[in-house]
Design a protein around this ligand. Sequence first.
Ligand SMILES: *Cc1c(COP(=O)(O)O)cnc(C)c1O
Length: 469
Amino acid sequence: MKGHLKSDSEQIDYLLDIIKRQGTEYLNNITDRPTSIDHTFIPELQSLPETGYGTEKALQIFNEKFEPIMVGSGGPRYWGFVTGGATPASIVGDWLATIYDQNTQTVSGQGDISANIEIETIQLLLKLLQLPESFLGGFVSGATMSNFTCLAVGRQWLGKEQGRDIAKEGVSGTVKILTATPHSSSIKSLSLLGLGSDNIVKIKTEEGNREAINIKDLEEHILRLTGEPFILISSGGTVNTVDFDDFKAISELKKKYNFWWHIDAAFGGFAACSDSYKYLVEGWEYADSITVDCHKWLNVPYESAVFLIKEQHKILQVETFQNSNAPYLGDPLDNFSYLNFLPENSRRLKALPAWFSIMAYGRKGYQEIVDKNISWAKQFGELIENSNDFKLLAPVRLNTVCFTLKDGVKEDEVGRFLEKLNDTGKVFMTPTFYNQHNGIRAAFVNWMTSEKDVQLAFDLMNEIITEIK
Ligand SMILES: *Cc1c(COP(=O)(O)O)cnc(C)c1O
């Protein structure tokens, strides 16, 4: 070992120290960090260095070139998409995941057994979400991959019901997928799985500005299938209006009919942490599979989400994900290893940030984060409802506000308004289209957000609308 690698390894203490200082500086000022930058700016590509620069010089190049374009997406006023921040404990866990650099797969056998930490984290998460231990869970990179994993096992279940082993034989024939307001990532998963996104049968939504599945229409469609097995994708929080399918009613249907029930509860699942809102997920424990995103409301760094699949489907899960022709890995049902239960083989210790954050703040800590975010959404919603220039496109059901400009301002001005608002760099929201209207979404999931952030954003909105009119 020589050159920069040698000198870097000798001064790792110093290198980590300067990064710690830089990181602390960033985090302490994240509230003032712009939430957007000039999006027309494209940095020039670097050429491959011959002998390298060493870490300190590489950091200097990064700081000149990229650091200024890092936006405050983990800060309190980044309300676009559904963007969580990172709690201090989760940052600690994330750094340690890198430092220990385990390849998280097995719980027994020789070598790395970091999967025990993952299993413990899943147990903690099940308790936090008040779900039974009958789910086998694991970490993947995001809710998209979680939907993919859950639906892959649903696909295997469906094949088995028809006397086929889809994992071995491949997909043939069509498969019925019933759903009302699926997230785009579920549709993408259907494409990836060869199930075909066109095989979705759209069920009506409940009447009166709702996105939740219409139970009566669902049952009528089920009856029309005359016993043919199908997959139901239901929503535990739609992205536009955070509407929830009626899980209690669906669990009743599940007693009567034969289907795989998947719930995408990427962020809405955290309603379980709130005494006032946990009724929204009542009955979700009867689902076959559930998607929960951790890099949203759990406030851990990207990339972190879990799949929760009923333990009783373990064999189907192994059939789907078995890394079969590696004899040294043993029997997948005897020697538990994550590589036989999910898409990836080698993987980082993704659970550690979540483990740290749940251990550091506990049930009460998350209850407070969730309840506070809901209260900011309600407050922001009220300000909008009582204003002359804005109106809600749907009631504020949980933590997201979906709104638009009031009559008198043309619809195409919504985009212009939002661009000007985001250009201030003080708040960030994202455009949407809901109920035939161009709209704007503000999603509250960050632990740092406070009442003054809500007021600051609303004041800015009023300034900008006055300029536009
Ligand atoms: C965010 C989200 C997803 C996709 O999650 P990623 O973490 O971006 O992969 C899926 N479903 C719902 C309901 C979401 O809110």
